[in-house]
Design a protein around this ligand. Sequence first.
Ligand code: PRX
Length: 667
Amino acid sequence: MHKLVRSARFAVKTLRQTSLCARTITTTPFPEFADLSQLKSHDDLHKFSLENPEQFWGRLALSRLQWDEEFQSVLNCELEKGEIDWFLGGKLNASVNCVDRHLATRGDQLALIWERDEPGTEEYVTYRELSEMVGQIANVLRNSGVKKGGRVAIYLPMAPITVATMLACARIGAVHSVVFAGFSAEALASRIQDAEVETVVTADQGVRGGRIIPLKQAVDAAVAQCPSVKRVFVYQRTGADVPMGPKDIPLEKAMSGESTECAPVSLASEDTLFMLYTSGSTGKPKGIAHSIAGYLLYVATTFKHVFDYQPGERFGCVADIGWITGHSYALYGPLCCGATTLLFESSPIYPNPGRYWEMVQRLQLNHIYLAPTSLRLLLKAGDSWVNKYDLSSLRTLGCVGEPLNHEAWDWYYEVVGQKRCDVIDTWWQTETGGICISPRPSSPGAHIEPGMPMRPFFGIKPVLVDEKNEEVNGEDVEGALCLGSLWPGMARTIYGDHQRYIETYLKPCPGLYYTGDGAHRHKGGNYQITGRMDDVVNVTGHRLGTAELEDIMDTHPDVAESAVVGFPHDIKGEGIFAFVVLKEGVKHSHDDIAQALRAAVKQGIASYAQPDFILFTNGLPWTRSGKIMRRILRKIASNQADELGDVSTLADPSVVEGIVKGYKALH
Ligand code: PRX
């Protein structure tokens, strides 16, 4: 059962009318439905997509993907069992769809613009060059023994080689599992072990914000704990002299001996394209698995229509490929549509807070897609960093990952976009594959409401549900956000644990896909996301399970128990607050233990996961039935101790007083 919506975490503001109403919004029509004369408006088409998913997605699949063999059926589904099949009988290859089919018409067009860490050193890759790189890497992988279905862990910086490696896996039917290159060796090792990975692709070092990231060193430490790994390909990003062991193979050298042509494997629609780990509320991160045809169709369609991408434009998604946003909107969506896409290796504040805007001017980007966290950070740095540059190439200002607060929305619209560009706040998840709620596409001239993603995409039916699992109807209401339709981009399973997939997404509200988020449906049917309802914290747009953090802290020899919650943070969206109870007779100082705990989290996950605050306390608010009442901890961490509510079910209510005192002393 899901819990009550925690709307207080992201208070829903009263809506304001803006001057946007009169503006015209461009929306590219769907040529696939031009013959259906009864579909006169955007709303007609949306209704049609929900009532006739097979016709809607079937027509799009035929026209937007290139098939080796056409599918026999559009959708087969037994939802209770989590068996969801799109386009059965169809055969295709994702790398052919993203590269080969563009060669005849746009072989010399740019596929990738690599914005390297050092500004002004960008590199360009055409579709033909990308095709050659993909062919060589695919041959390297195949000839070294990587087979269809084999898992390949990719631990690389944001670079063309990374995209080419992912597409090379897709070409031979191997399953890529990209691990964000900011994750620690331990986090990498646990992902390698979970998927019994045999092949790892990494680089000597990464570079970000002028700092060196010792990638190969981390891989060495990880591989030492992973007997399944047979080979490690090492790409030279910096050319550093890194030690090479018996399993290590220099990637460029291996590529140079291979042909640039590699015959693609014809794969079934439902074969797995990739897996990507994300945090849940319990246990270890889960390997979310996406299948080829449905995912590709969904990201290509949303890319085209949410951003209204036009041929020849330059699309700038600045997310790292280690996250789903990078997969869907830096790689698969744009390349499937034959677009020119950016790979951003740096940081929004390197060498200064003008980085994005200087880059937009220099590279003439038409769309930018970023995270609210970086907007909030840049907003604080002041308007002058934006005003220095000519941003007239921009058409769309996209964002994703966390609620976009009004102040940041206004700044994005007024200062960055000069009131010329649409602000497109997109809601979706690793599990949904692509964008599900966003202001676009919408009927021409439709109003964009600040501070919310607003409208469901075609084929998406948001449903709000209350604590009794009943649908909440009407407007100006809140509930647990579920999706009441099936869409081709949804994840098919959690790698190695299909039961967990069913329990997490399909069981909480039978018949619906359960997102874990709360939402508010405003007047006019527009949706605003109120935040996570489970024990997941969203730090700088990245999901972290509180249980993961607690596991790490609890292993410290001085720690008896710990509880971690999120609290609203000006820049990061949410910060991490850890409450820690020490064992009796501990000799180390609190400062030393706090430092050790932060280091342990950095080592176990990544630096961004380190707690902002650690409060040592004599006890945690356990209920008599043996649960920690996190609601109380969240209130205290959010400086709302005067709103704790009923604490009478606690085993020892006096514990709360001690924690509140401790909080006051800390601040
Ligand atoms: O809580 C929602 C938040 O990010 C979660 C998904 O995280 P992840 O799988 O890492 O994917 C992030 C990029 C797609 C969601 O459950 N979230 C995402 N977009 C928004 C958002 N919260 C509010 N507004 C958004 N636009």
